[in-house]
Design a protein around this ligand. Structure first.
Ligand SMILES: [Mn+2]
Length: 339
């Protein structure tokens, strides 16, 4: 099946393909706190390049979440933890350094010195807007729902999708598009996913490995959080408040709040959802989501944070009550503008 042509890129597609063909020994980097699109893009690209006779390594910035191991475990190339010592001694051995799923120096900070010094052989493949890494070639398509979707388009150049690439890339595509329900899901996204399934990737197995790995403690925490969620501003704003007491009583760990903020969005009237999670030092980690009307990145920015229009975050150092009051006021201002 032929892929839709790349869209929205910087016209560096042919240059990227030529540089990858010319390379023999390739190091593939991605951003810190890697997610399934980050490691899926790394493994997918490695599986294609290794099929084309190239060697290399995947370079990770520690700590790598345990949940990424099922994707990294299928890498045809060794997976290496980055250290300054590795950068000093090993960077020169590679004739191409590829960074996937980011082109921002802040997200590759531990290796920035070595990547910048090697910018003549640095290639970037990304779907984010921000780009400040110096490199020989950058292919950036901000219309792509995931970086993995872009890697799928490279497959025909390197012998076609094999099973390893298909599994890893479908993980990236599904995770970054919320299993095809985010705005970024396009015909190209579904075409790339279709190519992965045609090459043997199994969505049911992937759903299990990505979405059905929670602990009981997480859902005890979810129960407590939903019991105390406030529905304000005519039910349009859901405010979820998770205290240290909730973590202790449910025996959940700090990262197990992930995804809980999306639960109130299933309610028809709710237009935006906020989750405040109290940290051991009293600081509040705040996540914001919206369905369509409200730009939560603007609200997060008011409190020193940032993000996207539909998903953003910030940190607040004040009491839970004061934070809820301040956030509610910020949402009220925006809702009133809509009327
Ligand atoms: Mn991504």
């Amino acid at each position: 099946m032929s892929m839709l042509p790349p869209t929205g890129g910087q016209n560096q597609w042919p240059a990227l393909i030529a540089a990858l063909h010319a390379a023999k020994h390739v190091a593939i980097f991605t951003h810190q706190r890697p997610d399934p699109d980050a490691v899926g893009s790394q493994v997918g690209l490695a599986a294609l390049l290794s099929q084309a006779g190239k060697t290399g390594a995947l370079i990770e910035f520690p700590p790598v979440p345990e949940s990424m191991n099922f994707i990294l475990g299928s890498s045809p190339w060794p997976v290496v933890e980055f250290s300054p010592d590795w950068g000093r001694t090993q960077t020169a051995a590679f004739d191409a350094l590829v960074v996937v799923d980011t082109s921002s120096r802040e997200q590759v900070l531990p290796a920035f010195e070595w990547l910048d010094a090697s910018s003549a052989k640095l290639l970037c493949i990304d779907h984010h807007l921000a780009a400040d890494l110096r490199c020989r070639c950058i292919y950036r398509d901000s219309a792509a729902g995931s970086c993995a979707e872009i890697i799928v388009r490279l497959a025909d150049e390197f012998g076609g999708l094999n099973l390893t690439a298909a599994n890893a890339l479908l993980a990236g595509i599904t995770a970054d598009t919320g299993w095809f329900h985010f705005e970024s899901t396009s015909a190209g996204t579904l075409q790339a996913a279709s190519a992965c399934v045609a090459a043997g990737a199994q969505p049911d197995e992937l759903w299990n490995r990505l979405m059905q790995q929670d602990s009981v403690a997480k859902w005890r925490l979810a129960g407590r959080a939903l019991q105390t969620t406030l529905y304000l501003l005519d039910g349009r704003l859901a405010l979820m408040r998770i205290t240290q007491e909730d973590f202790v009583q449910s025996e959940a760990r700090s990262w197990e709040t992930e995804g809980l903020i999306n639960l109130p969005l299933s309610i028809a009237a709710v237009a935006a959802s906020v989750c405040l999670a109290e940290q051991p030092d009293g600081m509040l980690r705040v996540s914001l989501r919206s369905k369509h009307t409200i730009n939560v990145a603007e609200i997060a920015a008011e409190f020193g944070g940032g993000g996207h229009a539909r998903a953003a975050g910030c940190r607040m150092t004040m009491s839970m009550e004061d934070a809820c009051r301040a956030l509610t006021a910020a949402f009220e201002k925006r809702f009133s503008k809509l009327q």
